[in-house]
Write a protein that binds this ligand. Structure first.
Ligand code: GLP
Length: 636
């Protein structure tokens, strides 16, 4: 157990620091690594770093590159990467060797011979010897000083999937289904994800003198709780890090949100009760006691570490009623406000009765998953709704879908649509390419058109006129690939222009707790930047900003500021709309709580939210879509 643990951290078996955001975390870790390298330089010694891949360390590498530009040399550094996909050549765009070259190596002065990444092309019959040799090289370098690790949603570190033993060494492993599904987008389909990988073992990783685990985004929150607070178990390989004497976790808020000190802070010490925390505690208590809010008794509070709440509010009776009413007031069938109604206790003002609404969807399907039922209502209630897709989503269209479209166009005798190369050539490209190869610019463009067609069809089901559907095709996406996007001022400008041309009364966004390098995560950052630029616009103070949920997990009721119930018929319309994104079959990542196709996940989530409200003693609905008020504009 680490020393210096505060009372709040008493459940944590790995020293963990939770930062406001990933930027702050990598700044601190980057500067510690920089200081270590410099110290070794002063001693004329080498510094041995263990490196990881995936989206998570990208920001750390950007920070190291920044330090290098400010004068930090890597001449005395030796690196060993954790893992590599088996079967991928080093120059393959998805190989970890290629990833490291692009993300770090080519930007610093690390001598190439000092950078080690397992070779994914090693012959099967030489794997054992090769892996033993990889370990020997680590030992020869003096062992790893600082090992960076990320965490997969199965709880893996490196590619040590559940079942990996504590003393496992560098070896060839088969990848877990969830891991392959997570990588499906990188490889345009789960079927193309390599089935095997070479990875350092848990035993190898634990030999590093320091281990630094990084994780961002809510999708990692549950597995981190198991790894940090749960028992050591092969079911969650990262839990073995608990036995290391110098392991630290660097998390952002979303990734740390399931730790006891944030989830149920009243269990770990005195808390300052504010309205948000009070609502959280009462709904938690109702769920824990399996009782509707209005039936909670004083002893339910006192027996569950919530006596201090009663001291502040007097009795369970008045507190229960207050929270019940608060929850009740989140529910509305009028997402654009109810005209001519008293809006004192409604989430949306009645005026103006007909609003201009902008819905921003990172890729086609995100907005539909989060709020198709609400869009349908907004349109039916006569608001002027614009649905803007920030990116085309063309990276997640499998070749087979493109082939189907080519076949249709061929039948029609269409051979040269404007601005596209000859269709036959594109069709030939899909036949020629190896499954993991990158698409040409034209093929990406064509796949983008497929997603547009799907998006239009799905919008029409919701009643949206086609001239209200915008495709912004933001440049960051067009230039990039998954996990490696970089956004800039052009992207922000495009969103600002949209806002300023429409002067909305409501804007809907998503991606708040998402991995910051994912498309929803980036979309959220750049929309936030755009809104900052709009702060002085006359429409801004009267605009409400709402965040809609993703498929990640059902939001607990205390996080919901507006709940839009869906009738069985509306849920059916929503599902019909979602089915029209047919190219996305098997492309949606599984989440911690939801497997299956995107539309199945959405249905389960919306039904689960309805069930939560029901169990708290509110009305019983078929399904519910959830929204959070975002500060700014009209929401203070
Ligand atoms: C892969 C890598 C791991 C990494 C994990 C999480 O499985 N082998 O080392 O930690 O992905 O990836 P990400 O950081 O993209 O969430």
């Amino acid at each position: 157990m680490p020393s210096l643990t505060t009372e709040a951290e008493q459940f944590e078996k790995i020293r963990t620091k939770v930062f406001v955001n990933s930027e702050a975390a990598v700044r601190e870790l980057g500067s510690a690594i920089g200081a270590f390298i410099r110290q070794r330089q002063a001693e004329n010694r080498r510094a041995v770093l263990g490196l990881a891949t995936g989206s998570t360390p990208v920001r750390l590498y950007q920070e190291l590159i920044r330090l290098h530009r400010d004068g930090l040399s890597f001449q005395n550094v030796i690196t060993f990467n954790l893992d590599e996909y088996y079967g991928l050549p080093p120059d393959h765009p998805e190989s970890y060797r290629h990833f490291m070259e692009v993300q770090l190596f080519r930007h610093i002065d690390l001598p190439p011979a000092q950078a080690h990444v397992p070779n994914g092309l090693i012959e099967r019959n030489q794997v054992f010897e090769y892996c033993a040799n990889y370990e020997a090289q680590i030992a020869e370098a003096g062992g790893i000083d600082i090992q960076i690790v990320g965490i997969g949603r199965t709880g893996h570190i490196g590619f040590n999937e559940p079942g990996s033993s504590l003393d496992s060494r560098t070896r060839l492993v088969a990848l877990d289904r969830l891991t392959r599904r997570d990588a499906a987008r990188d490889f345009r389909g789960e079927a193309n994800v390599p089935a095997y990988a070479l990875t350092m073992g848990i035993g190898t990783i634990l030999e590093a003198r320091q281990i630094r685990l990084l994780a961002w985004g809510e999708s990692k929150a549950l597995v981190l709780r198991s790894a940090i607070e749960g028992p050591e178990t092969t079911a969650v390989p990262a839990s073995f890090l608990q036995r290391h004497s110098d392991c630290r976790c660097y998390l952002d808020h979303a990734a740390g949100s399931e730790l006891t000190r944030f989830r149920t802070p009243w269990k770990v010490g005195p808390v300052k009760w504010d309205p948000g925390l009070t609502r959280k505690a009462v709904t938690w208590l109702a769920e824990t006691r399996e009782k509707p809010v209005l039936r909670l008794r004083d002893e339910d509070y006192t027996e569950n570490a919530l006596a201090s709440l009663l001291v502040e509010t007097g009795s369970a009776y008045s507190l229960n009623i207050r929270i019940f009413n608060e929850l009740q007031h989140t529910i509305t069938g009028w997402p654009g406000g109810k005209p001519n109604a008293d809006d004192t206790n409604r989430p949306v003002p009645a005026e103006p009765p007909f609003k201009r609404v902008i819905i921003l969807s990172p890729e086609p399907l995100d907005a539909e998953i989060g709020m198709a039922g609400t869009i349908h209502r907004l349109v039916n209630q006569q608001h002027e709704v614009t649905l803007a897709y920030l990116t085309s989503g063309n990276l997640s269209v499998p070749d087979s879908e493109a082939r189907m479209a080519f076949s249709l166009l061929n039948e029609l005798g269409v051979s040269k649509p404007d601005s596209l190369a000859h269709l036959d050539q594109l069709a030939a490209e899909t036949n020629r390419k190896a499954p993991f190869d990158e698409d040409s610019r034209e093929l990406r463009q064509f796949k983008g058109l497929i997603r547009r067609a799907e998006a239009r069809a799905s919008c029409q089901i919701l009643g949206l006129a086609l001239d209200r559907v915008r495709f912004l095709d933001l440049p960051f996406y067009q230039r990039g690939r998954y996990r490696q996007f970089r956004w800039g001022s052009e992207d922000v400008k495009s969103v600002v222009n949209l806002m300023c041309s429409l002067e909305p009364h409501q804007v809907y966004v998503t991606g708040v707790g998402a991995d910051p390098s994912s498309v929803p995560g980036i979309a959220y950052q750049l929309v936030s930047a755009a809104l900052e630029n709009c702060g002085k616009e006359p429409w801004f103070p009267n605009c409400q900003f709402w965040v809609y949920a993703s498929n990640e997990r059902p939001w607990p009721p205390h996080e919901i500021d507006m709940a839009i119930p869906l009738s069985p018929a509306e849920l059916a319309i929503k599902l019909d709309c979602l089915y029209h994104h047919r190219s996305q079959r098997s492309q949606t990542p599984f989440t911690e709580t939801q497997a299956g196709e995107g539309w199945q996940q959405a249905e389960q989530i919306n039904r689960a939210t309805a069930r939560q409200y029901d169990l708290l003693g509110l009305a019983e609905y078929e399904a519910v879509e959830s929204f959070r008020a975002q500060k700014g504009g009209r929401n203070r």
